[in-house]
Design a protein around this ligand. Structure first.
Ligand SMILES: [Zn+2]
Length: 496
């Protein structure tokens, strides 16, 4: 500890024994934040982080079987007790003494130890966690005693992403594998540095990592500022929201994996779908006087303008439809009075488009019901109308690619235009031309029969993660990058 970047004499550090002792107290297994005096390691006996609290009996402790309310009065080492039944006697005070951890004080100590000034501490989220706002543009989260550990980490990840403020996350768990997995689902790897409490002894390492996160933040900001100057306001929107969209998509995926997805999530998914599509295809103000052609459209409709595309591309109006929330598949979807209304909505738009894509975003397929649903819808489709079904995973992959291409500059496309790359998902003929109609989803039973049926339906475009993967691979300068993208998205991220 000789090459510390700050003046050691001013810093109240904790020695390893103290860190160990605190870690011992706050381990999750116990889940308790209150202890008997005997449980306190000797190292901490004089610690100002621990406070004694007397929890005297409220019911008669004098006679087995008597449950009457009682009063008490401290008297030296004992408590003088009288119960409503008239029992009267003394009990040792020791038996009612507890030691509590003052987590606010502990977090201050951690701040001091690491050499960070903490401005204020928010204890409201206790007992799940507390958070200290530092004067160094990041937060320190200390997980306390949550009843649901994963949920708490989710909450912290969401918080960090929404506020776009880096975080140091300190967990009482000794391994952080599961934590990193959750973080990677939130694409929050470059915002959060996670460390077990015991590793607080590695001060240099932690400070170095937080500094790196800070640098990345700064770089991202610079990229965005530059891009704004270069008249790409869409990039600004990307930063202010798409990371969040990806977070939402990933959270749904997470909840679905855990079987915790609420039934109302269908509507939420459609909303996310809508914002994703409008982000991807937001009208460019500089596109030749066509300024806000898209801005008067309702939320559920987005416009792919031919101006943002190479010559001879059709304009497409995307109509994002909502499936009934409590219905897993397309089996019992009412068509008349609902989905035909969506089509009408598209047809009524003042923006004339060559093609109308009737779009559904779904979490899962239910059997092969989408085929018959499409057949029924097809009766209502006009010549320029067709159906596109996006899975949430496919959408999340599109968003990850978009972020790495537009914000992080990590993904290079052959013609450099992201919209052109993903245009095929929304265009009936281009979808076929790009060979995407041959990528069928796995249905388990009767695969060949399903494949044949699907391919016969030219107005049905099913966009799965495999379809997106194939398309991106075809459009990338180095197709190997897709693996990188996938591993960033699906694998636990290493800490910075
Ligand atoms: Zn009694």
């Amino acid at each position: 500890m000789t090459d510390e970047p700050w003046n050691c004499s001013l810093v109240m550090t904790m020695d390893e024994a103290t860190i160990e002792a605190f870690d011992q107290l706050i381990t999750l297994e116990g889940g308790s934040t209150s202890f008997r005096p005997d449980d306190i390691p000797e190292t901490l006996h004089s610690s100002d982080v621990l406070v004694e609290s007397l929890r005297p009996p409220t019911r008669c402790p004098l006679l087995d079987g008597c449950r009457e309310h009682c009063e008490y009065e401290p008297d030296g080492d004992t408590l003088q007790v009288i119960c409503d039944n008239g029992h009267d006697g003394q009990v040792p005070i020791d038996e009612y003494l507890y030691i509590d951890i003052e987590f606010e004080r502990l977090l201050e100590k951690v701040g001091d130890h690491l050499g960070y000034d903490i401005e204020s501490i928010d204890t409201d989220p206790q007992p799940r966690y507390i958070v200290g706002h530092t004067m160094h543009n990041f937060e320190i989260y200390l997980i306390v005693s949550p009843s649901d550990y994963e949920k708490t980490v989710n909450e912290i990840c969401m918080q960090t992403l929404i506020e776009d403020r880096p975080a140091l996350l300190i967990t009482p768990e000794n391994t952080i594998d599961s934590l990193l997995e959750i973080q990677s689902l939130f694409a929050a790897g470059n915002l959060i540095y996670t460390t077990p409490f015991t590793m607080l002894s590695e001060r240099k390492e932690i400070r170095h990592s937080m500094a790196t996160i800070d640098e990345i933040q700064e770089m991202e900001q610079q990229v965005i500022q530059q891009n704004i100057k270069q008249q790409h306001p869409v990039v600004y929107r990307v930063n202010s929201n798409p990371r969040y969209i990806l977070t939402e998509l990933n959270q749904m995926r997470l909840l679905r994996l855990a079987g915790e997805l609420p039934q109302s999530s269908g509507t939420r998914l459609e909303k996310i779908g809508e914002s994703t599509f409008s982000h991807l295809f937001a009208a460019h103000p500089e596109a030749g006087g066509e300024d806000d052609r898209g801005s008067n459209l309702p939320d559920s409709v987005f416009y792919i303008s031919e101006h943002s595309l190479p010559p001879n591309f059709d304009s497409v109006l995307g109509i994002v439809d909502t499936k009934s929330g409590d219905d897993a598949g397309f089996g019992s979807e009412p068509i008349e009075g609902k989905h035909d209304e969506y089509l009408e909505r598209g047809r009524r738009q003042a923006v004339p488009a060559d093609l109308h894509a009737h779009i559904f975003v779904i979490l899962d397929f239910d059997g092969q019901q989408e085929l018959s649903f499409y057949d029924e819808m097809a009766n209502y489709y006009q010549d320029n109308e067709y159906m596109v079904i996006f899975t949430a995973e496919a959408l999340a992959l599109v968003m990850s690619a978009y972020l790495s291409h537009t914000v992080a500059n990590e993904l290079t496309l052959i013609d450099g235009n992201f919209r052109t790359a993903i245009y095929s998902f929304f265009h009936r003929d281009k979808f076929r031309d790009a060979g995407l109609a041959n990528i069928t989803r796995e249905v388990g039973q009767n695969q060949e029969q399903y494949d044949r049926k699907y391919m016969q339906r030219e107005g049905l475009l099913i966009v799965t993660q495999d379809v997106v993967k194939q398309r991106l691979q075809d459009c990338m300068e180095s197709p190997g990058e897709i693996e990188n993208l996938l591993s960033t998205y699906y694998q636990p991220m290493p800490t910075v």
